[in-house]
Design a protein around this ligand. Structure first.
Ligand code: IPE
Ligand code: IPE
Ligand code: MG
Length: 255
């Protein structure tokens, strides 16, 4: 039987710190190991023909960590971006960033923009990296741009609906995630894609992110394939069969 696959997976890559502690290693080695897991996961997801993968790499609240760790994460991100972008490009993966770019270092922004430009025409999979991201920030910036349009008489406030809000979020071009994975056993959203995850199936493996491998991904996909997505309806209305095809979905994205 063909397994129903999600069109979009969103992941909170959590547990790097606890993994390193368990191994009596410094925290930064957990983040290095987490980067390797990310690279393997990107390839495993792309190989399965899943068109969108979003990963939470740095949240707005992560600035509250010790300076040393924040600096390390910024450096790691820049290094990884400059070093691994060619490989992503060769694998025909398009890279997009969501999050607040204001407040990031100029060289980082430059590398992010360069990577987006380079990979723009790739069609195998879109990798969306949430960096300096927060779900509440995303909703605030969407409200601000809608309010500006109302102030300029380009839009009536009564025209604002769910579709329009989705179209002003940083994820406007992508469909909502179908499957959400957070590793390390934590079961919270931590200000990730608050609006977009409304109807995602939620999966919480116990493994720390550096231990997440293809076998774990397969388990997550098995979990997803056995969900009956009802979107408010009852089982009989959707044919009583396991289906991932929504009759109603808040955001279809434009891609
Ligand atoms: C997630 O792992 C990575 C980032 C936030 C960048 P953590 O660093 O949160 O790991 P734990 O939660 O401390 O184990
Ligand atoms: C969320 O993880 C952010 C990322 C993985 C980038 P955290 O580990 O920072 O979240 P909390 O603070 O435990 O909720
Ligand atoms: Mg954590």
């Amino acid at each position: 039987m063909v397994k129903i696959l999600p069109r979009h997976i969103a992941i909170i890559m959590d547990g790097n710190g606890r993994w390193s502690k368990n191994q009596s290693k410094p925290r930064h080695l957990g983040h290095e190991a987490g980067l390797e897991t990310l690279k393997n996961t990107i390839e495993a997801v792309a190989k399965r023909g899943i068109p969108h993968l979003t990963v939470f790499a740095f949240g707005v609240e992560n600035w509250l960590r010790p300076d040393e760790e924040v600096n390390y994460l910024m450096g790691l991100f820049l290094r990884a971006l400059n070093r691994d972008i060619e490989r992503l490009h060769e694998n025909e993966i398009r890279l997009r960033f969501i999050g607040n770019r204001a407040g990031l270092q100029a060289d980082l922004i430059e590398s992010m923009e360069e990577a987006e430009r380079l990979t723009e025409q790739n069609h195998k999979m879109t990798l969306i990296v949430a960096f300096n991201y927060s779900g509440r920030w995303d909703l605030v910036q969407a409200c601000q741009s809608l309010a500006e349009k109302v102030a300029e008489n380009k839009l009536a406030s009564s025209d604002i609906n769910e579709t329009l809000i989705s179209q002003h979020l940083s994820t406007a071009a992508f469909p909502d995630p179908d499957l959400f994975i957070r590793t390390s056993g934590e079961q919270r959203l931590s200000n990730f894609l608050l609006w977009q995850l409304s109807y995602a199936e939620l999966y919480f493996p116990e493994k720390y992110w550096p231990e997440f491998d293809e076998e774990e991904l397969e388990k997550a996909l098995d979990f997803y394939a056995t969900r009956e997505r009802r979107f408010g309806q009852i089982s009989e209305q959707i044919g009583g069969i396991l289906s991932s095809e929504p009759r109603v979905q808040a955001s279809e994205g434009t891609e």
